[in-house]
Ligand binder design. Structure first.
Ligand code: 5GP
Length: 352
């Protein structure tokens, strides 16, 4: 595990509210418990549970959102999550989150995202570049501290309407200069219809935003086919594909964000030995190891690398290459890619 920690890594599939530390959730739950808003022991039982079906995971997210969704807490969790990834030697992080509106506390999707940005600016343990213009102004100039790139994806929740999805896309366009690079479609896969989100996703793509979709978490082959035909820039999971869609995915060469622990914990894949990582890896299909929800699934990116290495018999050279190749699939510009390649080149001498 130590070696996996020391390898520079690229994280492309991490949900903000799924990556919150358990200790922070407990602290927040205790405060709301004391105020009588929630029953602390109920929260404790849900947070401590280890195995959750995919359905239960979404119930847990509703609970997490009660604990975390006010401006100052959003700022706090963003700061902590970025610092946790930095501690793992993640050198490039694409963090995704669903902008939330809550009129009762004066929260708009924009003010939610402003709170996220404030958390990013509050990061103190590491030098962060978050603006696409950052490289030109040389954020890292002369600094000897650890450095990390952070970019954001705004998620559309499958519970949302076409209008709400469109609002998220417009917000992403507004926030491009602040490091928002794309749109994700996530949320409970048995809720909502592809046709509801398609207009907003199409618009986003036309405007030059990058798109990643949660695809194939449940065996809805018709939706999977429509999603692949849309040609997103990446997809997450790809667990329940039939043969025809599997063939389509491979010929379209769409990079896949692989979340091993998440798939096993939610029982989307019954056992690691039959995980589709093996097939994709053997065929050199573009893929990247990711955490999904490091808090909810008690994992980290190093643990995911360690799990892949031990489960699939990959050595240090293969694991290092797997980490490095992920640079090809990031949604940031070529300047960032060049800089990341230099970071890996520097590290390869020490680590393999
Ligand atoms: P947030 O967007 O609130 O920062 O992060 C939590 C949200 O991410 C959840 O409410 C859910 O919409 C989405 N999410 C987290 N993990 C998963 C997952 O494994 N599958 C899907 N489809 N959505 C997820």
């Amino acid at each position: 595990l130590e070696w996996c920690v020391s390898v520079p890594k690229v994280e492309l599939h991490a949900h903000l509210n799924g990556s919150v530390r358990n200790s922070t959730l407990f602290e927040l739950a205790r405060v709301l418990g004391d105020k009588g808003v929630i029953v602390f022991s109920d929260v404790e039982n849900v947070i401590m549970k280890d195995d959750r079906t995919l359905h239960e995971v979404f119930k847990l997210f509703d609970l997490i959102h009660i604990l975390t969704t006010d401006h100052s807490t959003v700022t706090r969790i963003t700061k902590e999550v970025i610092e946790d990834f930095a501690a793992e030697n993640v050198v490039y992080l694409e963090l995704r989150t669903t902008p939330k509106r809550n009129d009762s506390i004066g929260m708009s999707k924009r003010s939610y995202m402003d709170a996220v940005m404030e958390g990013l600016r509050a990061v103190s343990s590491v030098d962060v570049d978050y603006s696409p213009a950052g490289l030109k102004t040389n954020t890292f100039n002369g600094s000897t501290r650890k450095k990390m790139y952070v970019r954001f994806l705004l998620s559309i929740d499958r519970r949302e309407s076409t209008e709400a999805a469109m609002e998220t896309v417009k917000l992403a366009l507004e926030m491009r200069d602040l490091g928002v690079v794309g749109i994700d479609l996530s949320g409970n896969p048995i809720v909502g219809n592809w046709s509801t989100f398609l207009p907003a996703l199409k618009f986003a793509k036309e405007q030059g935003l990058y798109i990643t979709l949660h695809c194939g978490e449940v065996p809805n082959q018709e939706e999977i086919k429509a999603m692949i035909d849309f040609l997103p820039h990446r997809i997450g999971h790809a667990c329940c594909f039939d043969e025809e869609n599997w063939r389509k995915l491979k010929s379209a060469k769409i990079p896949v964000e692989i979340c091993l622990t998440s798939n096993i914990r939610t029982e989307t894949i019954s056992s690691i030995d039959i995980h589709h990582f093996v097939d994709l890896y053997k065929e050199k299909h573009p893929l990247v190891l990711c955490t999904d929800d490091s808090g909810v699934f008690s994992t980290s990116l190093s643990r995911e690398y360690n799990l892949a290495s031990s489960s699939f018999g990959l050595g240090k050279t293969e694991m290092f290459q797997l980490a490095e190749i992920a640079i090809n699939f990031i949604f940031a510009d070529d300047g960032v890619k060049t800089d990341l390649r230099a970071t890996f080149e520097e590290a390869v001498k020490k680590l393999t």
